[in-house]
Design a protein around this ligand. Sequence first.
Ligand SMILES: Nc1nc2c(c(=O)[nH]1)N[C@H]1C(S)=C(S)[C@@H](COP(=O)(O)OP(=O)(O)OC[C@H]3O[C@@H](n4cnc5c(=O)[nH]c(N)nc54)[C@H](O)[C@@H]3O)O[C@H]1N2
Ligand SMILES: Nc1nc2c(c(=O)[nH]1)N[C@H]1C(S)=C(S)[C@@H](COP(=O)(O)OP(=O)(O)OC[C@H]3O[C@@H](n4cnc5c(=O)[nH]c(N)nc54)[C@H](O)[C@@H]3O)O[C@H]1N2
Ligand code: SF4
Ligand SMILES: [Mo]
Length: 897
Amino acid sequence: MKTVTRSTCCYCGVGCGVLIEAEAGRITGIEGDPDHPANFGRLCTKGRTLPLTVRSITGRALHPEMRRTRTATREQTDWASALDFVASRFADVIEQHGPDAVAFYISGQLLTEDYYVFNKLAKGLVRTNNIDTNSRLCMSSAVTSYKMAFGADGPPTCYEDLEIARTVLFAGSNMAYAHPVLFRRLEEAKASDPSVRWIVVDPRRTDMAAMADLHLAIEPGTDVALFNGMLHHIIWEGLIERDYIEANTTGFDALKTLVREYTPRMAAQICGIEEQDLMRAAEWFAASPAALSLYCMGLNQSSHGTEKSLALINLHLATGQIGRPGAGPFSLTGQPNAMGGREVGGMATMLAAHRDIANAAHRKEVEGLWRVSGLSERPGLPAVELFDAVRRGEVKAVWIACTNPVHSMPDIARVREALDKAEFVVVQEAFTHTDTVPYADVLLPASSWGEKTGTVTNSERRISRVRAAVEAPGEARPDWWIANEVARRLAQRLQADENLFAFDTPEAIFDEHRQLTVGRDLDIGGLSYEKLERDGPQQWPYAAGATHGDARRFETGRYATEDGRARFTVTPYRPVAEPVDAPYPFRLVTGRLRDQWHGMSRTGRVGALFAHAPEPALAMNRADAARRGIHEGALVSIASRRGALVLPVQMSDDVASGTVFAPMHWNAQFLGSGGINETTIPAVDPYSRQPELKHSAVSVQAVDLPWRFSAARRSGDALNMQAAVQPLLAERRYASLRIETADDGCEILVITAADIGPPPDWVERVHDALGLARDQDLLEYRDARRGHQKRVAWRDTLIDGYLLSGDANGAASMLARLREAAPWQGPRHAVFVEGPRVQRERVVCNCKLITEKQIVEAIASGADLSALKSVLGCGSVCGSCVPEIRRIYERVPSTAL
Ligand SMILES: Nc1nc2c(c(=O)[nH]1)N[C@H]1C(S)=C(S)[C@@H](COP(=O)(O)OP(=O)(O)OC[C@H]3O[C@@H](n4cnc5c(=O)[nH]c(N)nc54)[C@H](O)[C@@H]3O)O[C@H]1N2
Ligand SMILES: Nc1nc2c(c(=O)[nH]1)N[C@H]1C(S)=C(S)[C@@H](COP(=O)(O)OP(=O)(O)OC[C@H]3O[C@@H](n4cnc5c(=O)[nH]c(N)nc54)[C@H](O)[C@@H]3O)O[C@H]1N2
Ligand code: SF4
Ligand SMILES: [Mo]
């Protein structure tokens, strides 16, 4: 029987509603939920391919595993033993070394209910505030700036503002990739009213920047100078909103004194842009009937991220661009439930329901509500400091859930060192091959998307239900259940009240959580599962008796500060933590690609999601590369003071000279190194403790790796082969793997590697890991003089796989044959005659599988944008590729014009 379950997408903070189709316990399809107010039925490439990520249980964590000593191998065990062991090891450490010797590192991808139990476990039971989350790497600068300026966390805006705004300022956000479904709404608003203006502040020329009315390609890290300069000009031009400032704010005079020195000329010079452009941006923003700013990691991930957002909020307050439809500073949340985590206070620096650890009255309130005493007043350790404390041996036991810090933290060598040093590491994961799992003494298998029940809050403060469509595989269990079971056992050991963790359903947890919010700014006393069931997703605040949540906050001009006034902050410009210098002359910027999600544990399972960007390339300015004799595709070593890795280069006109850009996604699951965070800097913002993941200083040097390798094999389940090959990657100077989809739908695992000379037995081990044929079904050609080998494995008349060692020149045509899946007509040995070098064209439109080449040809023969849609079909389904198609269209000369 086919079932359809209403739930939420597990990727980004847009929080799209989905309808999950399932049959016989398996997820078979997905549609956007037409009734969900975040997406009205739309989904992007990532959301649409979710069913493909759950097509197989290969690579899923299915059973608890543990080892009793650090040097033993982990073995499968039962839940009772694993839970008892975790509780008793944590209790031992707490009894011997005190509560602050343990720590929890959790995730904005947990559901609110999961988060709540973890937070109560750490703060209410263990009485440590050492519970931090990957949101520290993501949203914490936005949180501190909202709190400093408005007295409370959370965006004052809503999604409808995207359609109402007349000037949109994108600051450090690549929405077209990172929040695609919201970007569709902006595109439509601009298409229906071309007078809407877009200003993009981004050092890179992204697809969005190319579409903007004004692109301010600032030097990385100089946003504060830009915003201060804009404010200077706004004041000079008399465009400030005096009445608003006087009635609703404090601190303007001090700020005015500061920005006096930020003349447009001086500010533009710091930012490396034209003074005219800065002034134009200021005028468009201030004089607009409604100016909305959308900001994300380009502001937050900075050693002065709080000041970057505060300088932007200053602009809004000074011009009264806030508290009205279409106006306001809108921080876009990255993860699906970063907001929910902030609500339950699941971070080292906050308490439940937007309360503060340092505030004695707040601690008392929470003690009363939880019926506990002695909440710790010592602030907990934020992410970077947390792993440093583990490394120093101060924190002895750490429990990591739903995040992969050995990939996503800055300077991952330090994180590895910390986890090596730790006495006890618990990893709660849905997948078994992530970079953090090898460090686990106990691996707790978690159920995941499509299998979980609870709630999440999206970027516009809207709470949606998450529902299970199928049972979790193996013995995987929901995250809240795991935390709750350990908490019960720990309560017994620590002689605390077991009833603290009497939860038997996510609904019971939600009900307790909402009680803690009553009377607070985020009051959801009026919400319940029943109400969400009946009325659909709702925004907070939603107090008891309310009939709907608040679309916007601070509409009356009263803020959540003690005196009700918003605060201006004096925000001097400060340079990035690590300036470039002679040994490290390049500014490394990192960020996201359209079709991959973070460490790829989910998106890396889908061939189609590699088609847009198959390799982990470092984007480098064409002139910089030429000057160093680096050509397209060349392998380079990227090194910082902390670490190095090898990546292929992609020439780019989108990054300025002196800047390079690397995607954050690739890691040891797909690469012979830990990824770009081998090099990034762990410097943090003094207020938010958020690390500067966006900016470090690196050198880029061509490396001479003459031994080249390429191998691939077709299979019904590439994930099995991937698991076998992955451990071999780290042995080569460069190695990467990816999944492709053949024309007949079969999966292909592709491995590319390079090194100084031929490795003794590595080639044979890859051969075996791929399960390539031997004997009569293997055809081999050896060039003994040069030490090169070519092998082709057959299955009947089909080419099943190949392996090229020494030089990989024939790889493109071999791979093309693998994809075609056509029976081989000629004699087998003719397969070594190189066929045409058919490089797989980069796919731009993932829904209709339309390549860049097809689009270019259609434009050259006269197709305009709408004809591309109607003839090729590209951009007609999810629309994620539309910004790029538009850009190709503008680049390619058309015969019809
Ligand atoms: N496809 C995809 N979507 C995602 C995610 C994903 O992994 N993949 N992850 C989700 C998560 S958790 C997050 S946090 C969001 C992140 O979403 P975004 O923040 O939009 O994405 P990023 O690519 O990290 O960074 C955005 C832009 O900041 C620019 N930038 C770098 N330095 C500066 C600077 O100094 N100033 C300014 N103004 N800009 C700068 C970069 O060039 C980049 O284009 O995406 C969410 N959505
Ligand atoms: N250089 C650089 N580094 C960055 C960034 C950057 O822009 N540049 N961005 C930073 C940002 S904004 C973020 S948010 C972080 C993200 O960094 P991470 O949190 O490390 O990213 P994910 O790969 O999404 O990790 C989530 C893990 O949870 C697992 N998982 C999935 N579903 C479940 C579940 O239901 N339960 C459990 N227990 N586990 C599950 C997944 O398999 C995955 O391994 O990366 C940060 N790191
Ligand atoms: S925009 Fe895409 S990734 Fe984000 S929630 Fe919607 S479907 Fe999921
Ligand atoms: Mo994030």
